[in-house]
Write a protein that binds this ligand. Structure first.
Ligand code: AMP
Length: 282
């Protein structure tokens, strides 16, 4: 596995690989890898000839007061995991490399970033769209693989690639979960023992909505209420939003016709966690 820290080197490597006819798969991450990330790597290996992963904790997508400084980092462990997953190139730029002095260009995806995390984290998706645009320009992938864990992010990147005519096939992959259903996340490492136990009810909540949906309920009010009732049992969980949205636009819906996304964000102590589930007619 080659580790590259500089943009010019990454560009040269990618150019050479493309010239040889290789299809490049790319998995951008913020590191502190878990099975969720690894599932994206597996997909990348299946669809492309060469696998590039980036690890970059992107300051532009964190607002002041969020967890940029304390975001978990363990590059040595991540490197080993990438090696055992047959990553060909690990791209590890630092913040100065990506945002040098004088940097002043940002990418804004409009409609789909307005609701959900866009409301609670102003500027977040601008930071995401900007760094992903830069990473796509540097790595020049044929395929880019993202997790449905961050469903709104996935929809945003698909929109970005389409609107800006990027020749990248953006692929979404299902959420990988812990045994109790908690969606894997680097941020789970923030949770204390009691908080971790409480976090299991996020999945139980969205699962409860799905059960009610599968029994035939279609009203957003009732489906959301079922989820809220479950998270509200735990005094450690403070819901930030529980919403039912159109899968393409991320706008709220009153009823589920064929399919919709139930998305949830909560705070447990200082930790903010998100999850979602697709409600779709069988
Ligand atoms: P992050 O390092 O948290 O920015 O995530 C990097 C990529 O991994 C994003 O595309 C995430 O959606 C994806 N990802 C994170 N957690 C999971 C998970 N539990 N299951 C599937 N994909 C995930």
């Amino acid at each position: 596995m080659k580790v590259i820290e500089y943009i010019h080197e990454m560009k040269e490597a990618s150019q050479a690989l493309r010239a040889e006819g290789n299809k490049i798969s790319f998995v951008p991450t913020m590191g502190y890898l878990h099975q969720g990330h690894l599932s994206l790597l597996k997909k990348g290996r299946d669809v492309g000839d060469l696998l590039v992963m980036s690890i970059f904790v992107n300051p532009a997508q964190f607002a002041k007061g969020e967890d940029f400084e304390r975001y978990p980092r363990d590059f040595e462990r991540d490197k080993k995991m990438c090696e055992s997953e047959s990553v060909d190139i690990l791209f590890l730029p630092n913040a100065r490399e990506i945002y040098p002095d004088g940097y002043q260009t940002y990418v804004e995806v409009e409609g789909v970033t307005k609701n959900l995390c866009g409301t609670s984290r102003p500027g977040h998706f601008r930071g995401v769209a900007t760094v992903v645009t830069k990473l796509f320009n540097i790595v020049r992938p044929h395929y880019a693989i993202f997790g449905e864990k961050d469903f709104q992010q996935l929809v945003t990147i698909k929109r970005l690639a389409l609107d800006l005519d990027m020749d990248v096939d953006v692929i979404g992959m299902p959420i990988v979960r812990e045994a109790d259903g908690l969606a894997m996340s680097s941020r789970n490492s923030y949770l204390g023992q009691e908080e971790r136990a409480a976090a299991g009810s996020i999945y139980r909540a969205i699962q409860r909505s799905k059960e009610v949906f599968d029994e035939g309920e279609r009203s957003a009010g009732i489906l959301l209420n079922e989820a809220r009732k479950v998270v509200e049992i735990s005094p450690l969980i403070e819901p930030e939003y529980v919403k039912l949205v159109n899968m393409g636009t991320m706008e709220e819906v009153d009823r589920v016709e064929n399919e919709a996304l139930l998305a949830i964000a909560v705070r447990i102590g200082k930790t903010r966690l998100i999850d979602n589930i697709i409600l779709r007619k069988a």
